[in-house]
Ligand binder design. Structure first.
Ligand code: 6PG
Length: 237
C-alpha cells in the first residue's frame, strides 16, 4: 500500500504561485507522457487557475496533444456562460483545444450529466481512473472542487457527482469529481493564495481531518498531495 506524501511549496506572490504551479503541472504531465505515452489532468475553477491558463496561452504547454484534460468541477451551465469554468478556460487558454479535452455535456438533463461525464472519464483513462494530476482550489469555507461543507456530495461513492452549489454564487448545481476519484490520483495540487485561506492551511498543518466541516481535509490521495501557496496563506513559512 502506498502512503500519501505531502509537500508545501511557498511562493512570495500570487504570480509566483501561478508560475510555480504551472511548472509543476507541466513537469508532472511530461513525466507521465514519457512513462506511458499520455497524461491526464483535471483543472479547477476559481481565480488562481485563471493566471495559470494565461501563462499556458503565452508559453506553449509541452506535448499538450498527449494530455487528456478534464474539469475537477463545473457549474451546470453552458460553456458560453460567464459562470462556466470550462468556458473561462477556453477563453483564457484557447490552445487547450490541442489537448484531448473532455468536457461535461451540459445539453443533457441535470440527472444524466454526472453519469455521462463519469463514462467519458472511465472510457478515456480507465475503469479505475488514476489522474496524473488533479488541480484543486480551496474555498473560504474550506470547500474544494464542488465538495461543500455538510453536503451530500461528501459521501457520494461515484467517481463524478452532481453537487449542491454550496456557498458560492450563482445558485446553480455543480458537477464534481468525488473523493473516491480525487484520492486515486498520482498527484493532487492544491493552489491557494491570500489571507482568507490562513485558517484552513493551519488546520491542514495541524493534521485536522474532518470532511463534513472542512472538505479539503478529506483529500488524501494514494499519491502525492502538493500545496502551492503564497506567503499570505502561510505567513510564518
Ligand atoms: C469554482 C471552484 C472553487 C474554487 C475555490 C477557490 O468553481 O470556483 O469550484 O472551488 O476553486 O473557491 O477559488 P479561488 O482560487 O478564487 O480562491
Amino acid at each position: 500500500m502506498r502512503v500519501m506524501t505531502t509537500e508545501f511549496v511557498i511562493c512570495e506572490t500570487p504570480d509566483d504561485v501561478a508560475r510555480t504551479a504551472s511548472d509543476l503541472i507541466q513537469r508532472l504531465c511530461l513525466s507521465a507522457i514519457v512513462a506511458k505515452g499520455s497524461a491526464s489532468l483535471a483543472v479547477s475553477g476559481g481565480s488562481t487557475p485563471q493566471a495559470i491558463f494565461k501563462l499556458w496561452q503565452m508559453e506553449t504547454f509541452p506535448r499538450l496533444d498527449a494530455v487528456h484534460v478534464f474539469m475537477s468541477d463545473e457549474r451546470l451551465v453552458p460553456t458560453t456562460s460567464a459562470d462556466s469554468n470550462a468556458g473561462t478556460m477556453l477563453r483564457l487558454w484557447p490552445d487547450v483545444r490541442i489537448a484531448n479535452l473532455v468536457l461535461p455535456n451540459m445539453e443533457l438533463p441535470e440527472s444524466s450529466v454526472a453519469a455521462d461525464y463519469q463514462r467519458s472519464l472511465t472510457e478515456t483513462i480507465g475503469e479505475t481512473p488514476v489522474f496524473d494530476c488533479v488541480m484543486l482550489g480551496l474555498g473560504e469555507d474550506g470547500h474544494t472542487a464542488s465538495l461543500f461543507p455538510g453536503k451530500a456530495s461528501l459521501s457520494d461513492e461515484n467517481l463524478v457527482c452532481v453537487a449542491d452549489y454550496g456557498t458560492l454564487p450563482p445558485p446553480v448545481r455543480r458537477l464534481s469529481l468525488t473523493y473516491r476519484c480525487i484520492n486515486l490520483a498520482e498527484n493532487v495540487i492544491v493552489i491557494a493564495t491570500g489571507l482568507k485561506k490562513i485558517h484552513w492551511i493551519e488546520a491542514i498543518r495541524a493534521g485536522v481531518i474532518d470532511r463534513e466541516s472542512f472538505p479539503l481535509s478529506g483529500v488524501r490521495p494514494n499519491g502525492k498531495l502538493w500545496f502551492v501557496l503564497d506567503r499570505a496563506a502561510w505567513p510564518e513559512a
